[in-house]
Design a protein around this ligand. Structure first.
Ligand code: ADP
Ligand code: MG
Length: 685
């Protein structure tokens, strides 16, 4: 006898739920049709079918490996008497001794699987089967196939789900008017249909049947409701009004070698107004690479400091954070504002002193990677958290930051400023980012020269090297970015070393330098210093120069294996040239043959210079999930709905959420209890 299966609570927990009742929303991935029998000679190859058959003989073969082979005769009930027997075989590479007794000659079974042409007629490998009598009734519903994890069988999930359905609650959480408005079926009807569909029922999640639409709408509505609740909760929270009575921001503005662009000024005005308000700001600052977001962030940080509090500035990688640290130090040191650095790589002693400086309030601004928001980091009085390149943080990190932000030593909620060079697609703006205010810097500082971009095959590498020599001998400087070897720092380093050797040999009259991610901070600084001073003509680099490197005399950039890089990354890299008055060029070297997609992607970079336009073209090619990276976007947090495909439902949910919140708070509570039992995990930090 089979052992008693794991209990329902246990199954629910293994599948990632807290309660057995949540299994009601554990919806099938697809269905199998066991309501019909297919004649073997009419079965479409490669599609799952159910057949009824009688065992003719069985054999355990030992070569080429041990396997059970059973020959069947088709016993489809409608088969005319005089039909010659139609035979097929099934193979099991893993089988139990009990199967040998079970599948004795003459036994009638129903098998479910795919029939394929084999050596001896049709063949079904590893079919699911059960022993039947001719009068055993067929299933009258489709058989759901559920998402599962190791160790839980489909049968166990089916049983647990059916029990959850029987127990409920399956109460309606939406009012009549809303269902009528959208023409959606009641909840109970929809879930029952999805778990136990009639033979002509829904087949897959992407089906547009009303039952699926109802569930997707519910999910999107829960997201909208929670975002709104989150937003209004935030508006209840007492924040600190930051007024910079020390006048630090004015002093910074006076000391800068440039004036803010009109767009920077607008963004700064919006941020300053939020910071002066009573509730914590949650604002996203969007602006293309090089649009000058850092200086707006510095103004915000100084507003916190000038009000007697602290600011934290976080970037997703150490190199990015380091660039911020250098900029902030340059701007804040003349104002006598102490800035500390905190990253995972810090030595224990330096780390300890950074932690102490933040906790005592001696340090006014902390800059670092997400190390800045780990458990043991305490701020004396954190009034502002700035997150640069926020879309590159994982959802978990952002949630951790939000929690952290809510627990400084004084228990106040700080203002949050998020920055991104990536425009947010409308569907994401309406969902995950719906609780944020947005400022946009839509112009670049003056004096930038446009960059000529060329796409060139590796076959013309020598030509490129010769051109590079001419330019450098005429006084320009250049970058050579090495191919990216995914997930291997070691290989990246080797590629860079090889390239440096190759170029140094081909260009004996030029000084060829090297910079890469494995170098220590002071080594990197030394190389960059020599490049800035013009002692190095050609700098071979891994993608460490992606961000923040600022050498106006650099006029040429060669990017090897550009076809392997993301568009955002290429755009960031290219942004390292064209920073001075000199005319600049960027050469995208590719290895043939290029796929159609790769060709189109490189053309996007060649033809566009505006990061927003590039992001939009990228989005058109890939859809928002991939565009943001499923992990980053939090897309994975939607289980059923697809932001793009179900945009109409998203809009419907968005436009109805307010009326529901106002008119039917009890239903809102019930709806959220069903869909977000763990509380809000959707909103972005
Ligand atoms: P990003 O928005 O990509 O973070 P940065 O803040 O790094 O851009 O700015 C890019 C460069 O432009 C920096 O060298 C910065 O000092 C400079 N910059 C910023 N604002 C202005 C401005 N209004 N006029 C001239 N240069 C500026
Ligand atoms: Mg930046």
């Amino acid at each position: 006898m089979a052992k008693a299966g794991p209990d329902r609570d246990q199954i629910a927990r293994k599948l990632g739920y807290d309660r057995a009742a949540d299994l009601v929303l554990h919806l099938p991935l697809r269905y199998e049709d066991e309501t019909r029998l297919t004649p073997v000679d009419a079965a479409p190859h490669g599609q799952p079918v159910q057949v009824e058959a009688t065992v003719v003989e069985q054999e355990v073969r030992r070569h080429p490996r041990r396997q059970l082979i059973v020959t069947f005769r088709d016993s489809h009930p409608d088969m005319p008497e005089d039909t010659p027997p139609i035979r097929f075989q099934s193979r099991w590479l893993h089988f139990y001794p009990s199967q040998l007794t079970q599948l004795a000659p003459g036994v009638r079974v129903r098998l479910f699987g795919e029939l394929r042409p084999g050596l001896f007629g049709s063949e079904m490998v590893h079919p699911r089967y059960r022993v039947v009598k001719p009068e055993t009734p067929l299933a009258d519903e489709l058989t759901p196939v559920y998402p599962t994890v190791a160790g839980i069988s489909q049968a166990a999930i089916r049983k647990a789900v059916q029990a959850a359905l029987a127990e409920g609650p399956l109460e309606e959480t939406l009012p009549e008017w809303l269902l009528a408005d959208l023409g959606l079926p009641p909840f109970k009807q929809a879930v029952l249909q999805l778990h136990r569909p009639p033979p002509d029922g829904p087949r897959a999640q992407h089906d547009t049947t009303q039952a699926w639409r109802r569930l997707k709408f519910d999910e999107l509505l829960a997201q909208q409701l929670s975002l709104r609740q989150y937003r209004s909760a935030r508006q209840q929270v007492q924040g600190r009004a930051l007024l910079d009575h020390e006048g630090l921001t004015d002093r910074l503005l006076k000391g800068l070698p440039f004036r803010l662009t009109a767009a920077q000024d607008r963004a700064w005005t919006e941020i300053r107004r939020d910071l002066a308000g009573d509730h914590p700001m949650h604002r996203l600052l969007q602006g293309d690479v090089g649009s000058g977001k850092t200086c707006v962030a510095a103004l915000a940080a100084l507003t916190a400091v000038g009000s007697g509090h602290q600011a934290a500035v976080m970037a997703p990688t150490e190199i990015l954070a380091e660039q911020l640290y250098l900029k902030f130090t340059e701007w804040l040191t003349p104002l006598d504002i102490p800035v500390v650095w905190l990253a995972a790589a810090l030595k224990p002693k330096a780390r300890q002193s950074a932690l102490e400086a933040l906790a005592s309030g001696q340090a006014r601004v902390g800059i670092g990677t997400h190390a800045l928001f780990q458990e043991e980091v305490r701020f004396q009085s954190l009034a502002l958290a700035v997150v640069d390149e926020q879309h590159r943080f994982g959802v978990e990190q952002r949630l951790a930051l939000r929690d952290k932000a809510n627990t400084d030593l004084t228990g106040h909620a700080p203002h949050l400023l998020m920055m991104s060079a990536t425009p947010i697609p409308r569907s994401l703006a309406m969902s995950y980012y719906a609780d944020l205010d947005v400022s946009v810097i839509d112009e670049l500082p003056p004096g930038r020269t446009p960059i000529l971009t060329r796409v060139i095959g590796q076959g013309r590498r020598m030509e490129v090297i010769n051109r590079l020599r001419d330019l450098c001998l005429a006084g320009a400087q250049a970058y050579w970015v090495c191919p990216l070897v995914e997930e291997s720092e070691k290989l990246n380093l080797k590629a860079a070393l090889d390239t440096q050797a190759e170029l140094a040999q081909a260009l004996p009259d030029l000084e060829v330098g090297l910079i890469h991610g494995r170098m220590k901070g002071d080594e990197k600084a030394q190389v960059m210093g020599r490049f800035k001073a013009g002692d190095i003509h050609l700098l071979v680099a891994t993608t460490v120069i992606e961000v923040g490197v600022d050498v106006p005399n650099a006029g040429l950039m060669v990017i090897e294996h550009a076809e392997r890089m993301g568009l955002a990354q290429l755009h960031q890299l290219r942004g390292r040239v064209g920073r001075g008055a000199r005319e600049s060029a960027c050469i995208l070297l590719y290895a043939a043959p290029l796929s159609d997609t790769a060709r189109r992607r490189l053309a996007i970079i060649r033809d566009h210079h505006d990061g927003f336009a590039i992001a939009r073209a990228d989005l058109d090619m890939r859809g928002p999930g991939e565009f943001m990276g499923a992990r980053q976007s939090g897309q994975a947090m939607l289980r059923f709905a697809d932001l793009e495909a179900d945009l109409d439902l998203l809009e419907a949910a968005r436009s109805r959420a307010d009326r529901l919140l106002r008119g039917d708070p009890a239903r809102v509570v019930a709806h959220l209890a069903r869909w977000l039992p763990r509380g809000l995990r959707l909103s972005q930090v």
